[in-house]
Design a protein around this ligand. Structure first.
Ligand code: BYC
Length: 318
């Protein structure tokens, strides 16, 4: 029997996608599918790891031992998410070194939100509630992504993210019920993190370079605007419950659409931040590069140990 040609393989591939079959690492896939997945999964991994920095900033200053333990566990989880995602990207034939090099050279992006500073303890509440909240909306949808390792990674990550979101909301609720100063601190954090959280979903669908192809290949299951709307709808009610105000004068329930209308995002700011010129871009990257260089001896030691073990096993077998 003759081998299918490239066009036939591509048709077969799309048929599998349309039938909701998962694509696994050793299956045939179009080169652009592979490259697009590496791009998205690696950027997702970088976001998890860079995202440890704004919260890491508050571990030593958490107001109680209990809050400190919770925050520490949460930040460690984010590191773990990064590791699952790097491993998922590696199944596509790229090395960890290449992935990290992409981050350090600026070729690979990471979520814009982590280029904003965490100025007060209330920011830990806003990040958990809004940033993890936005991440869950996106990641619940990605559980159904077409690439098997990415999809399975998302299932576990989503479980952990719901704990993260609730710990953040609990911080906000506690502050909002506290003194006038504490409530003002919670409101200020909401004011600063609201719009950057909406930017996490990416550009409008019409401006999104990758969406059409990613939706066809079911790498993405819902569009940037659909997910953003879902996040706005759920957050409005959550803010009401704790007595905080979303900083958007245009926010209004639209009976006809069955959704909240909301104001326009500052896309100029978004573009600036994703292109490296946000408040903390340089600091975040410099910190990652420094930590990576400081960890070189650990990677060297593991490699040397592994080589010795292999040598010993070979001489024992000889
Ligand atoms: N920030 O064509 P588009 C977490 C880029 S971390 C930066 O719509 P796509 C957490 C985009 O990459 C969870 N860049 O792209 C951790 C593209 O540039 P390139 C993070 C952005 O991929 C610690 C260009 O703009 N979650 O939960 O179809 C503590 C055009 O965009 C952003 C994920 O990473 C942005 N916000 O859609 C707390 C989810 N938006 O690559 C919490 C996985 C867009 O051509 N990723 N860009 O240079 C995705 O779902 C999709 O990649 C996106 C963008 C929806 C983000």
């Amino acid at each position: 029997m003759s081998q299918p040609d490239a066009a036939q393989q591509e048709t077969l591939f799309q048929t599998r996608i349309d039938a909701e079959e998962k694509i696994e690492p050793k299956d045939w896939m179009p080169e652009k599918y592979r490259q697009n997945l590496i791009r998205q999964i690696s950027q997702h991994a970088h976001s998890e790891v860079i995202g440890m920095q704004p919260e890491g900033n508050w571990i030593t200053r958490a107001p109680t031992l209990h809050r400190k333990c919770v925050l520490l566990a949460k930040v460690q989880d984010e590191g773990g998410h990064g590791l699952y995602l790097y491993s998922a990207a590696e199944t596509l034939g790229i090395t960890r070194e290449e992935l990290i090099e992409g981050l350090h050279s600026g070729k690979a992006k990471y979520a814009s939100i982590f280029n904003y500073p965490s100025l007060t303890w209330a920011d830990m509440g806003a990040i958990g509630w809004l940033v993890d909240g936005a991440a869950i909306v996106n990641q619940v949808s990605l559980q159904r992504t077409s690439y098997g390792p990415y999809s399975r990674g998302m299932v576990r990550i989503c479980k952990e993210e719901s704990f993260h979101q609730r710990q953040g909301y609990h911080i906000m609720m506690t502050l909002a019920r506290g003194s006038a100063e504490q409530k003002a601190m919670a409101q200020d954090a909401l004011d600063r993190f609201w719009w950057p959280s909406l930017m996490m979903f990416g550009p409008h669908d019409a401006e999104s370079a990758h969406s059409a192809q990613s939706m066809k290949w079911k790498i993405k299951r819902q569009s940037n605007d659909e997910l953003r709307q879902k996040f706005v709808d759920q957050s409005v009610k959550q803010a009401e419950v704790i007595g905080l105000t979303i900083p958007d004068p245009d926010l209004k329930w639209n009976e006809e659409r069955g959704h909240y209308d909301f104001g326009e995002i500052d896309w100029e700011e978004f573009t600036r931040v994703i292109n490296g010129d946000g408040m903390c871009n340089r600091q975040r990257l410099a910190h990652h590069i420094r930590a990576h260089e400081e960890g070189q001896w650990v990677r060297d030691a593991i490699t040397a140990h592994e080589a010795k073990q292999r040598e010993r096993a070979a001489s024992a077998a000889a």
